[in-house]
Design a protein around this ligand. Structure first.
Ligand code: AP5
Length: 604
């Protein structure tokens, strides 16, 4: 089947062409006739040029689920560097077992253990100025003032051993201000472990705790008594380990815990601390080993990630294989689908790895263009699966969300394009590795879908329906997601005429502003003559962090076709800029948008 009235291709899929950036003679074309092939639009700026690589992290698992390795994209240039050392934070109520687990973590991972409690106790026993100030707070079971502790911690973290061996921060941050102080210095752990122990157990653990002043080892009169009488004789009790003080420390902990963990939501791992210390450590060990493995893998960076934009542009030209041809042939071949899945995936990963959190992917090849009768929901689902599984392979918990029925009563309903989507997602093959239900979850769009353990959210084609606006739900969801990535796949957030006025809830300006807050990390659009879907005149492509590339499709005498790069733009080009590029005209910066773009640009 063809996407339009295009002649059926009788030849097999042609080989793909390496991209060249040579100037080409201006083609003859009616400048007023080009249009984007779909009506959604939004403005966004971007940066350097395109390139292709396969993430070393992303293609390991789930190979039976889909073909995520495209053999044509092999030959990735990578840079191997020494992996960064582990950075770990451990938190939990008083006596939850932080110190005990830290002993085991240090033995296994060799990290520098920085315990604010120990640092403060040292200051107290040495009788320093800091110690004298801290003593009264500690003895009362209160927090020592932030500025004292923060100065102490940042000084310790900046020492060479911590930089080289990695660190294990125990007992800091203990207030939101302390967490923010680290954020401001860009000091962020790889993982935030919270030991969870019921209150009644904590009191017994504190009251029975004994410390060996010689070795620093932690004992407990019942749970972990010392091996010899000699050790037993020298054990001491901490001044703040009375029942009354423990209760006060616990109260302080509870008051601050939620605010602190909000800073580390995406890297938080809660562990049941009411088990034997060996079993608890098994969990911690496997978590840290995984983080370390991921860090090592990530240190094999695509060389392009760290290059300047200019270098990106030039070094990638000979790597990228160019836009695939025969895009009007439907169904798209597996190779073409994989090309686009890879292209989108790599751009998305780069953006997420760069810390971008509000992202959108817009791709409208015929099978993904709901304006066309060849639109296939299956292709959209496959694309979503590739992206979700790839992030899951990296250890992220991904929630894939589809909007549910919107509105009430007679106005209830959902966009036709999304009907059945959630069911399809639930029944899809998510691989043999148990990703579904653990690393991949399916949900709908809304704030209540945002769980603490979710690391990121992929929203499938969120869109307004006639009379119903998705933006309020989206906004509530992104607010709840905080600084976790939210990726919109083919959003359609423009206003639709509504009889109910529901579309007006948030105010148009606010809606547009919100919709525009999502940064494009991937954009691909085919260009046609206005009002037609055949022939394809060219294409615009942008992959994060890259410029918008304008390509012209040309027929070759052999009956094949190819795409030739015409121009690049730092922001999405207007239709006038596209027409000028096709005509070989110099850029006219003052020119106003006109024609169909003039209409589209007013619509999100
Ligand atoms: P700090 O020393 O950090 O005390 P804490 O957070 O109250 O924690 P603990 O050291 O009491 O317990 P833990 O979780 O390490 O448990 P442990 O392994 O020892 O801080 C003390 C004070 O300093 C604070 O109150 C504050 O005043 C000040 N301070 C510190 N940091 C600060 C900051 N950032 N800002 C401001 N002020 C700050 O285990 C406890 C007992 O249980 C032991 O006897 C152990 O043997 C036993 N045990 C451990 N694991 C198990 C297990 N799995 N099963 C059975 N028993 C176990």
């Amino acid at each position: 089947m063809l996407a339009s009235s295009a002649p059926t291709a009788t030849t097999s899929l042609p080989s793909l062409h390496p991209l060249t950036y040579n100037a080409i003679p201006a083609p003859s074309l009616n400048p007023s006739c080009l249009s984007f092939s779909s009506s959604s639009s939004s403005s966004s700026s971007s940066s350097s040029s395109s390139y292709s690589y396969l993430s070393p992290l992303s293609f390991g698992l789930h190979s039976k689920t889909h073909d995520r390795i495209n053999p044509k994209l092999k030959g990735l240039r990578v840079r191997c560097s020494k992996s960064e050392p582990l950075k770990v934070m451990i938190s939990g109520a008083p006596a939850s077992g932080k110190g005990t687990q830290c002993e085991l973590i240090v033995q296994k991972f060799g990290l520098v253990h920085i315990s604010t409690g120990d640092l403060l106790r040292d200051e107290v026993s040495s009788g320093t100025e800091i110690g004298n100030k801290a003593k009264e707070f500690m003895n009362a079971g209160k927090l020592v003032p932030d500025e004292i502790v923060t100065t102490m911690v940042t000084a310790r973290l900046s020492r060479q051993d911590a930089k080289e061996k990695g660190w294990l921060l125990d007992g800091y941050p203990r207030s939101f201000a302390q967490a923010q102080a680290l954020e401001e210095l860009s000091i962020r752990p790889d993982i935030y472990i919270v030991l969870d122990v019921p209150d009644e157990i904590l009191i017994d653990r504190c009251v029975g705790r004994r410390l060996d002043p010689e070795t620093g080892k932690i004992y407990h009169v019942k749970n972990f008594p010392p091996d010899s009488d000699e050790i037993k004789a020298r054990l001491v009790t901490r001044a703040d380990d009375t029942e009354e003080k423990v209760k006060s420390r616990l109260e302080v902990y509870k008051k601050n815990a939620a605010a602190i963990s909000s800073t580390y939501t995406s890297i938080t791992n809660k562990i049941d601390g009411n088990r034997s210390k060996e079993i608890i450590f098994e969990d911690i060990d496997s978590l840290l080993s995984q983080v370390q493995k991921d860090k090592t893998a990530k240190s094999v960076k695509p060389v392009l990630q760290t290059e300047s934009r200019l270098n990106l542009a030039s070094s990638s030209r000979d790597k990228w294989r160019g836009i695939p041809t025969r895009l009007n042939n439907i169904p798209h071949s597996r190779e073409i689908r994989n090309y686009f899945y890879d292209d989108v995936l790599q751009a998305t990963q780069r953006a997420v790895n760069d810390g971008r959190t509000r992202l959108k992917v817009e791709i409208n090849i015929p099978e993904l263009n709901p304006e066309m009768d060849v639109y296939r929901i299956g292709t959209l689902m496959e694309l979503v699966r590739v992206i979700a599984l790839s992030f899951a392979d990296d250890g992220k918990r991904v929630k894939v969300c589809v909007q549910g029925s919107m509105g009430e009563g007679a106005l209830a309903g959902m966009p036709l394009q999304l009907a059945g989507t959630r069911k399809i997602l639930e029944f899809m093959d998510w691989g043999d590795y148990g990703a579904m239900g653990t690393f991949i979850k399916i949900g709908s769009i809304g704030a209540k879908e945002v769980d603490e353990q979710d690391d990121m959210f992929i929203l499938v084609a969120p869109q307004n329906a006639v009379g119903n606006c998705i933006i309020d739900d989206l906004k509530a969801m992104t607010d709840a997601a905080g600084n976790r990535p939210v990726i919109l796949i083919n959003p359609r957030l423009k206003d639709l005429p509504g009889s109910s006025g529901i579309m007006q809830t948030m105010g148009r300006d606010k809606r547009l502003e919100y919709a525009a807050s999502f940064e494009s990390c991937y954009f691909f659009r085919l260009l046609y003559y206005a009002g037609t879907q055949y022939p394809i005149m060219g294409a615009i492509r942008m992959t994060y962090p890259s410029v918008y590339e304008l390509h012209k499709r040309v027929d070759e005498p052999s009956g094949k076709e190819k795409y030739i790069p015409l121009s690049t733009f730092t922001a999405r080009p207007t239709i006038d800029e596209i027409n000028d590029a096709f005509l070989g005209k110099p850029r006219n910066k003052d020119k106003k948008a006109s024609g169909i773009w003039g209409f589209l640009s007013g619509v999100f």
